[in-house]
Structures are given as structure tokens and as C-alpha cells.
Design a protein around this ligand. Structure first.
Ligand code: DGL
Length: 281
């Protein structure tokens, strides 16, 4: 799906995730595309997605996509691996605008490994997804791919615990079993996990590579915007950032300076009720 060309104003980028994990993609987006307003919806009322049935994930993301389109977004980044794996094809079939999804870096990992053993950290939902299995079959022939869901990583990030003894103990417990099996490349297949990368780097030896896909997703968005010939802003003031959460406003407001320090954008954060108050079971 192509973007409309020769737009008068910079296209607004929509983003969504189960919570604040997609901020790991958003922080790259704000740096690399300063002229484009960004509207991010965090579905904290239904977080985590990782233990939810695919049909629930699809229902949630379709509704959120509706609201991003109503808000004037011209391109939507599904900044959530679980939602991409279970929902991006339906989103693309349902709306006439481009959706950019996350793809765990299985292909670069398979090309990079020397031990022939790659670890993929991702949610249970992502690992169970047909789209994930297709990715492994297509790009990791001859490589052993060991998957591991790390729901506690999502809990830590949503609690704003990115360092310290608790974060270190949880990271060690999840990562060590993979290293013991000979993994030399770790793929971060969930957008929450990059916030724990600094702790991971203290736990894994320097011979182990850690890969995530936030940067690649931003480059893809940037190429789509360039191809559409969108007009860069003539104004010197930075474009706005709107953040909405279906959950607790105070929760997201508190995490903002920790997860997105120095973003330099005029920001609004508000609660949005897209599901008539329905909360996570
Ligand atoms: N950040 C999401 C992902 O990339 C979802 C994590 C969760 O809500 O379980 O999969």
C-alpha cells in the first residue's frame, strides 16, 4: 500500500503497542523523523498481549487502528511483535494505508551466528504465531532456533525497573539457559525487551550479539515517506507527540521521562477509552 504523494503537511505517524514497549521504537522514530507528528496508543488496559488469544489481539488492534486513522494518521507502525504476528495482515487487508510491522531479527541472526544456535526472546503469543514459524522456516534453515518467552521482562519495563538487582536477576534467569545451550546471537523479539538491553549487556559475554529491529523499522518508515515525496516541515519547531493510554494515565506519565528522556517534542499524554472500560482479564 502506497502513501498519497505530495502531501501539503508532513504525514502523521500512528503507533501502537500493548503498553510502553513500543517506546523503544518511538525513541528511534522521534530522532530520525523530527518533522513528522506522532500519535501513539498504548493499550495498557489490556497489557500484556503476550498471553492473550490471537483473536483478542486482533480485535484490540483493529479498534486502535480505527482511532489512529480518525486522528489523521497516514501510516501506522505496529510497534508490537505480538500484534504484528497476529494482526498485521488483517490490518493491511482492512484499511487503505500502509502498516509497518515488527519482524524479529531471525534472518540477520541466522547469517551472523558462528555457533549455529540462535536465541529468540519473544512473547508466548509471538512464538506460537504461524507468521513467526514462516520466518524461521524461510530464513533459519540449518540453524537451531531456541525460543524463550520472557513475560517478566514486560512486567519490569511496565514497572519502570530497568536496572538494579531485581532486573539483573530476572535477565540472568531468562538468558543464562540460552547461553548454556550455545546461543551466540540473542534476538529481542518483543518491543519491551530493548529497555533491558543495558542489563543484558552486563550479563552476557561480549561474544554474544544482541539484535533488535527498532532501527530497521524506522528506516522502512522513512523510505515509505521519502518515496511518497512528503514535504518536510518548513517550521523550526519540533512536531508534536500525542500519547494515549487505554489504562492508567499516571502510569504512563510517570514512565515517560524514564523511557523517553530528552525527546524534545511538545507532548500531550491522555487517557482514552476505546473499549467501553473493558479491562484485561
Ligand atoms: N511489546 C509487545 C511485543 O512486542 C507485547 C508485549 C506484551 O504485551 O506481552 O510483543
Amino acid at each position: 500500500m502506497r502513501l498519497p504523494s505530495n502531501m501539503e503537511a508532513p504525514i502523521k505517524i500512528g503507533m501502537l503497542d500493548s503498553g510502553v514497549g513500543g517506546f523503544s521504537v518511538l525513541r528511534e522514530m522521534l530522532r530520525s523523523l523530527p518533522s513528522h507528528p506522532v500519535h501513539y496508543v498504548a493499550d495498557n488496559a489490556w497489557c500484556p498481549y503476550g498471553n492473550k488469544p490471537p483473536r483478542d489481539i486482533r480485535r484490540r488492534v483493529l479498534r486502535i487502528a480505527d482511532s489512529l486513522i480518525e486522528a489523521g494518521c497516514g501510516i501506522i507502525v505496529v510497534a508490537c511483535n505480538s500484534a504484528t504476528i497476529h494482526g498485521v495482515e488483517l490490518l493491511r487487508a482492512s484499511y487503505p494505508l500502509p502498516f509497518v510491522g515488527m519482524e524479529p531479527a531471525v534472518k540477520p541472526a541466522a547469517e551472523m551466528t558462528r555457533s549455529g544456535i540462535v536465541g529468540v526472546l519473544a512473547t508466548e503469543a509471538s512464538i506460537a504465531g504461524e507468521k513467526f514459524h514462516r520466518l524461521v522456516t524461510a530464513h533459519a534453515q540449518g540453524v537451531r532456533v531456541i525460543t524463550r518467552p520472557c513475560p517478566r521482562f514486560v512486567e519490569l519495563v511496565e514497572a519502570g525497573v530497568l536496572e538494579g538487582p531485581e532486573a539483573e536477576a530476572v535477565v540472568r534467569a531468562e538468558v543464562m539457559p540460552l547461553l548454556e545451550q550455545g546461543v551466540d546471537v540473542l534476538v529481542l523479539g518483543c518491543t519491551h525487551y530493548p529497555f533491558l538491553r543495558p542489563v543484558m549487556e552486563t550479563v552476557v559475554p561480549p561474544t554474544v550479539s544482541i539484535l533488535d529491529t527498532g532501527g530497521a523499522v524506522c528506516r522502512r518508515v522513512s523510505r515509505l515517506l521519502d518515496a511518497a515525496g512528503t514535504t518536510p516541515s518548513s517550521s523550526h519547531s519540533p512536531a508534536a507527540l500525542a500519547i494515549e493510554t487505554t489504562g492508567d494515565l499516571e502510569h504512563v506519565t510517570r514512565l515517560l521521562p524514564l523511557l523517553l528522556p530528552d525527546h524534545g517534542r511538545p507532548v500531550t499524554v491522555r487517557h482514552v477509552d476505546l473499549f467501553n472500560g473493558e479491562a484485561s482479564p
